[in-house]
Design a binder for this molecule. Sequence first.
Ligand code: AMP
Ligand code: ZN
Length: 499
Amino acid sequence: MLSPSSIFANELKVYNSKSGTKEAFVPLKEGYVGMYVCGPTVYSNVHLGNCRTFISFDIIFRYLSHLGFKVRYVRNITDVGHLENDADEGEDKIAKKARIEELEPMEIVQKYTVDFHQTLNQFNVLAPSIEPTATGHIIEQIEIIKSIIEKGYAYEKNGSIYFDVIAFNASHDYGKLSGRNIEEMRSETRSLSAQDEKKNPQDFALWKKTSAKHIMRWPSPWGEGFPGWHIECTAMSSKYLGDQFDIHGGGMDLKFPHHECEIAQAEAHTDKNPVKYWLHANMLTLNGKKMSKSTDNNIYPFEIFSGENKLLSKTYTPAVVRFFMLQAHYTSILDLSDNALTAAEKGYQRLSEALELLKNLSSSHTSSINIQQWVADCYAAMNDDFNTPMLIAKLFEACKFIQAIKDEKESISKEDLNILQKNIREFTADVLGVQFESSKSSKESSKLISPLVEMLLEERDLARENKDYQKSDEIRDKLKQLGIEIKDSKEGTTFSFNK
Ligand code: AMP
Ligand code: ZN
């Protein structure tokens, strides 16, 4: 039996979106946590909204690990079966992009999986324990579909298999996660031609027949086809975490139909409730509307780091953007704006400076500050459903007393100073995962680099005056390779450092 090392591990509460309440977190097996989070559909670059959800679950993964739980974190890659409009009809999102970009579907998958990993790396998001793909688990999906048919909760029509929601609902409760009733779901279902194949409009696809012209097809007992979008998560979560596991996460927009369908599939297959705690991350908005790939209301991380966008006045580093996101609770909506990012950057700098001061702080014989209480407050914040804004408020409180100790208005004992340094390091680096640059060393290096870049920009201006655009572009591109971004405007040329 493994016990989590931290004395604070027993006090964790999480908001379970299925019950709609904050519940004490008691894992199914003491000391261990199984967590599944729906990963991206890799048909385009990840936008900042997607990143917010993965950063939210990164915090949860980090904090549970910090408390001493042995966490198995499974986050999948959806590389087949997710159709346009999240429906049972239409083109596969990846196949469609492959057609547009004139690439093989697996080239699309590779290209955007690499982008996903690189982007999350920039945000200092930890890799999950397992990252399974839908195409790597076709056999497992077929086995579960066969079992659901045997139990009487699915049927075949023209080589496709549909889940029979009405039959399932007669003995189970379909809609319990999203709080919808069957009639509401009927009225929400669009009229698409696949509806003709379904017994009822609420039914959803487990397997879709496809013609020989599609490369993404596999043999099955029902002919050649591909799996539905929802069944992959049931197959991969149960394979690596068992029929019942602790946490299932994803963005709020996946609650219905995706997660509702996952519960129905798992219950139809095993007759067990698959998930103890459902955690949903809220949306990042832009201009007050959900950031989304399909509506073009989005901003890509590289546009923020490079300043190549019309919305923001300057560049922001990945660490600042991550810090900005953590200043909101993961269950609240967060709106992205230049002002909000600038404010976050100020806070980030304040913390960087305090961390710098903390390195060389002198101790006294006694403490005038109650450090034990401050540490307990930090844990209380995170134990309250991973309340990062509350934790950050405690870190700002520490900035104040660090300054006061420096100014000799407060005092700290050697022992308390060690506790403070250890906890600040753990809460910033391990739990929040925010990398604070040493402001002193960055100031020193920019003292040297900035005049050198200015010299090159003068050279570039000269080249442009002489219409030698090849040379001016070369200077811009070489600087970009070194992580220095140039921005031309009416007022002149400015530059910024990327991380
Ligand atoms: P997708 O690649 O579209 O399947 O989305 C990947 C993840 O990003 C899912 O968990 C979505 O819920 C989440 N997501 C999509 N849009 C947003 C947004 N604007 N804010 C936060 N999370 C989002
Ligand atoms: Zn999923």
